[in-house]
Design a protein around this ligand. Sequence first.
Ligand SMILES: [Zn+2]
Length: 364
Amino acid sequence: MTRTGKAAVYEAPNTPFVIREYPVRPAKSGEVLVRVRMSTICRSDIHSYEGRRPNPCPGILGHEIIGTIVELGEGVEKDMRGDPLDVGDRITWSEYFHHGDCYYGEVHDMPQKCHGIRKYGHDLVAEDPHFLGGFAEYCYILPGTWILKLPDDLSDEEATPINCGIATMASVTEAAEIGLGDTVVIQGLGLLGLYGCAMAKARGAKLVIGLDSVADRLGVATKFGADYLLDVSRMKSSDVVSSVRVVCKPDGADAVIEVCGAPEVIPQGLQMLRIGGRYVLGGLVNPDANVTIDANILVKKWITLRGIHNYHPRHLIQALDFVMTNRKRFPFKEIVDSKFALGELDVAFKKAAERSVLRAAIVP
Ligand SMILES: [Zn+2]
């Protein structure tokens, strides 16, 4: 008898998801077949759904996933740390995979930017092995993916965002070079921003300032280490800058991190920095993020401006270890604040898009 599994298929932008069944075949050499335990809706899933970035359809969206191993293909015995893998183990895995030679991976140590890299949640569902996204009962983990076993005492809610949001913030906060005693501004307090606050604190920041225009998020951010919060919804741009600068003694912030996806905040962020400050952009993942800046500020203030996209495999390990080390200090479990069945994906996307939930989880 052939095994089948259900998937919520993304047929086209802005149209309802359709539940369909596809065959589940045995895992081939180098593959792992998992039963999806939980998938969370990332902001980039919403961008795809709204047609704001290209994504093949019909397909299965979702790349923030954890699962339980159903079948290990030949040759898959250990996770990226060398821990043995068995059927029944709960795992997370890199949101991207790539195999073969790669100029960026080998020469520049940027495997996350290899040409031909593929990401989960970005394939056509009609093609074998069908299940390559999170909003489905099964997922195949293909060769070239980094797999990491999850500790038993970690909840699904804490574990699911590790392979996208949390690992990305490990990469972003590393690039921002946050150190002991730093003052750090986080522009945007969605999941990335909340982890950004917590990681900045864990890396030794003295003062973390969170900015958002959604009042509810500001309250949540205090639990994740933000010391000072500004509701920027009704503030003039110049007032946002002066309010930040007045608490960043003596001459502005050491680092600013953009994770709100709004290019218009960049001129503000530049003005918040001290001379020699660092600015890391992590949220502008869509094309046409146009903005006008006075580049003279970059020169005169010796600003380091960096964009970060995806993460290195080391950041996946760091993300898991960060959550394990800090889960008593910060209530990570509360970030995944709503759960939906596979058939409720439309409702879940609607709530996530309108930001009435922080991180919506699908339990297929
Ligand atoms: Zn994501």
